[in-house]
Design a protein around this ligand. Structure first.
Ligand code: SAM
Ligand code: DTB
Ligand code: SF4
Length: 317
């Protein structure tokens, strides 16, 4: 199966709108060419610095522009972070992702502390991912040297809709950080959010942008909006889970070798909808009781789910 970076809007539109049985069949065919269909990657998220973010992302509980009422938390100690990583590993997670509510990394004490966290998690032989906002080329290089495997930086939606969800940065800024990550030899984790009031065309536009990145992001998180009280999106219309299924299947067909993550929003989905997302080619989830600031199903529920489906956690590479 050839990996393409030149999917046109029209081709993607046609894939996205295929009759569901045909869409799932094509997604499964792509999935099986590169992955074991019974395996799911378990990733654990931890918010290492919470709230007070200067950006105004309309979906986010951590923006200082909204009143979501979450407790602010300054940067955690590396020791606490490593304790959580060890626990996550004991629960079967192979990837550990640390998120900070920053617009960008500033060099200095905090960045040094993050580098220490990265070195510590890497020493556990887990995949280490960070999402810290924008970064420069030299910061990316230092993260790489510390052992960072992946950097998460989402495009979130189409370029056309982007201005409706955030005003404090532009799409180009996102693409630039992704380029810095790539240049440093760190793998890219980039995806988006569905359910923010975007159109089908915006979802297709997001998938096209991701598929044009060369190489493709190794990891593509597809989030269902978690509507946070106190944010401009708290009353967003709930998303039909079949939209998640279509977007995941399309992502799988466009980027067959990538890991496609069913990221935020699983608490709002039935086990049947989650199962359909796996059939559509999702092969990664976030585990643990919490995402960054919102609840997640938790390890017991996830173990039951995988057992019921006869699926299993991916072993460390
Ligand atoms: N501040 C950094 C940044 O924005 O790049 C990193 C942390 S940020 C919380 C990471 C990603 O989480 C966002 O890009 C967005 O895609 C996702 N996210 C945040 N809030 C969400 C929500 N309420 N529902 C779904 N996804 C969300
Ligand atoms: C991603 O795409 N989703 C994760 C991770 N990357 C950093 C974040 C989801 C956040 C959900 C809302 C919250 O818990 O605050
Ligand atoms: Fe800040 Fe990231 Fe939240 Fe945007 S998504 S407000 S950049 S923490």
């Amino acid at each position: 199966m050839r990996i393409r970076h030149d999917w046109t809007r029209e081709e993607i539109r046609q894939v996205y709108h295929l009759p569901l049985p045909e869409l799932i069949f094509q997604a499964q065919t792509a999935h099986r060419a590169f992955h074991k269909p019974e395996e799911v990657e378990l990733c654990r998220l931890l918010s290492i610095k919470t709230g007070g973010c200067p950006e105004d992302c309309g979906y986010c509980s951590q923006s200082a522009h909204h009143k979501a009422g979450i407790a602010r938390q300054e940067l955690l100690n590396p020791a606490e972070v490593l304790e959580t990583a060890r626990q996550a590993q004991a629960e079967g997670a192979t990837r550990f992702c640390m998120g900070a509510a920053w617009r960008q990394i500033s060099d200095g004490k905090d960045f040094e502390r993050v580098l220490e966290m990265v070195r510590g998690v890497a020493a556990l032989h887990m995949e280490v991912c960070c999402t810290l906002g924008m970064l420069t080329e030299s910061q990316a290089r230092r993260l790489k040297e510390a052992g960072l495997t992946a950097y998460n930086h989402n495009l979130d939606t189409s370029p056309e809709f982007y201005g409706n969800i955030v005003s404090t940065r532009v799409y180009e800024d996102r693409l630039e950080t992704i380029a810095h990550v790539r240049q440093a030899g760190i793998t890219v984790c980039s995806g988006g959010i569905l359910g923010m009031g975007e159109s089908e065309e915006d979802r297709i536009g997001l998938l096209q942008e991701l598929s044009q990145l060369d190489p493709h992001p190794e990891s593509v998180p597809i989030n269902m909006l978690v509507p946070n009280e106190g944010t401009p999106m708290e009353h967003a219309e709930p998303l039909d889970p079949l939209v998640m299924v279509r977007a995941i299947a399309t992502a799988r067909i466009l980027m067959p070798a990538s890991r496609v993550r069913l990221a935020a929003g699983r608490r709002q989905m039935s086990p049947e909808a989650v199962a359909l997302c796996f059939l559509a080619g999702a092969n990664s989830i976030f585990t643990g009781e919490k995402l960054l600031t919102t609840p997640n199903p938790g390890p017991d529920a996830d173990q039951r789910l995988l057992e019921n489906l006869g699926m299993r956690a991916m072993q460390s590479a």
